[in-house]
Design a protein around this ligand. Structure first.
Ligand code: PLP
Length: 390
């Protein structure tokens, strides 16, 4: 049920509002510039030019060649293409059958990997994480095998915000010639993504975490990385992904990434003090609370907690009624009353893991939003515990 109270949005890791400047550049591609980029005539050429300009712009964001950018329909599709495409190509070319992912991947990776294992017979192995949900280079080194088809480790975690040592892990994989994919859907909104130094072969992006439209994404495929396309049809996207290009969204995505990079430092200056204040005060004023994820090595907009003996889903509803939109983990998990795989992986017991709260900030978050949030949270936690008999 929707509450009637005005809402303060504190769920920017789930999605972000579209930046009006992005909306403006998309507009003409719905109305006057509606050609199919594959058509030969002037309308088609106009659309094709827009798609290729967008590709160049995204390549600039990633510091790669435009040929290495493939447009997809979302971050999940990018993850699917990367993992399936690399796994099947490695099986075909060198009979590789082993897939290595971390225990805290987004479902777009973990469920894809499970299907590759359960239906297609790949040997799936999970990398453990430390108490902050991070993978170490050492543990990757220990598990890499000659027949490893692909390694996939997320850049930054959506639920608990921790950042992984991607460059170091990539170096280890590269040393063994094993394709390395990272899901940078959350990270790209806040961190520099320079593919010339990151040692990654495949990297997933999505536009809606950084004020771009929902339903558009991209996959960086380092030139020469073996990938078996998973969507066959026309030769679009360099034969990596068939389907008529979603021109307006491709143009909007490029603008969102361009603006994000241009404004990244300003956004950090705005977000980090707000995040740090929120974390500090919640830890100070609420009994039986823990920060989840790394205390400093975390996304600049991301605060996440667990509260002992609290029902996370009920807390979300109480917050919603009080005018705050937050999340208990990833948006996709809301509604599931069990602790998430991520919270289990970092070793939290059920009495802690059930009471998770993710508060993610954005460029429209104001200092007074945090003040009001901190003012109401202790009472809601206390009411929630009482309702549960604690
Ligand atoms: C880390 C991560 N990967 C992948 C996705 C999926 O992206 P999309 O919503 O564009 O499919 C998300 C979205 O929440 C995410 O946080």
């Amino acid at each position: 049920m929707m509450s009637k109270n005005p809402k303060t949005y504190l769920d920017y890791a789930a999605t972000t509002p579209l930046d009006p400047r992005v909306f403006d550049v998309m507009g003409p591609f719905f109305t006057s510039k509606y050609g199919n980029p594959s058509s030969v005539h002037t309308f088609g050429q106009q659309a094709e030019a827009a798609v290729e300009t967008a590709r160049e712009s995204l390549a600039e964001f990633l510091n790669c060649s435009p040929m290495e950018v493939v447009f997809t329909s979302c971050g999940s599709e990018s993850d699917n293409l990367a993992l399936r495409g690399a796994a099947f190509a490695a099986r075909q070319i060198r009979k590789a059958n082993h897939i290595l992912i971390s225990l805290v991947e987004h479902h777009a990776i973990s469920h894809t990997a499970e299907q590759l294992s359960n239906v297609f017979g790949f040997d799936l192995e999970y990398l453990p994480v430390n108490e902050y949900g991070q993978v170490t280079g050492e543990s990757v080194k220990e598990r890499l095998r000659e027949d490893t088809a692909v390694v996939s480790i997320m850049f930054a975690n959506n639920e608990i915000g921790s950042i992984n040592p991607i460059r170091e892990i990539g170096e280890i994989c590269r040393g063994k010639n094993i394709p390395f994919h990272t899901d940078a859907v959350q990270a790209a909104a806040h961190l520099a993504i320079d593919t010339s130094t990151l040692n990654v072969d495949l990297l997933s992006l999505g536009a809606h975490k950084l004020y771009g439209p929902k339903g558009i994404g991209a996959l960086y495929i380092r030139q020469g990385t073996p990938i078996l396309t998973t969507q066959t049809g026309g030769g679009q996207e360099n034969n990596f992904r068939a389907g008529t290009s979603n021109v307006a969204f491709i143009v909007g995505q490029a603008e969102a990434f361009r603006l994000s990079k241009e404004e990244q430092l300003n956004n950090h200056a705005h977000l980090i003090p707000l995040r740090d204040r929120l974390i500090k005060e919640v830890l100070q004023i609420i009994p039986d609370v823990k920060l989840t994820g790394h205390p400093t090595d975390r996304l600049p907009n991301h605060a996440s907690f667990v509260f002992k003996n609290v029902g996370g889903n009920e807390l979300l509803m109480m917050l919603d009624n009080a005018g705050f939109a937050c999340s208990s983990g990833s948006a996709c998990k809301t509604g599931n009353p069990e602790p998430s795989e991520v919270l289990n992986a970092i070793g939290l017991s059920r009495d802690w893991g059930l009471g998770s709260l993710r508060v993610t900030l954005g460029k429209y978050t104001k200092d007074e939003d945090i003040s009001r949030f901190i003012e109401i949270l202790p009472q809601l936690i206390s009411d929630n515990r009482k309702m549960r008999g604690f």
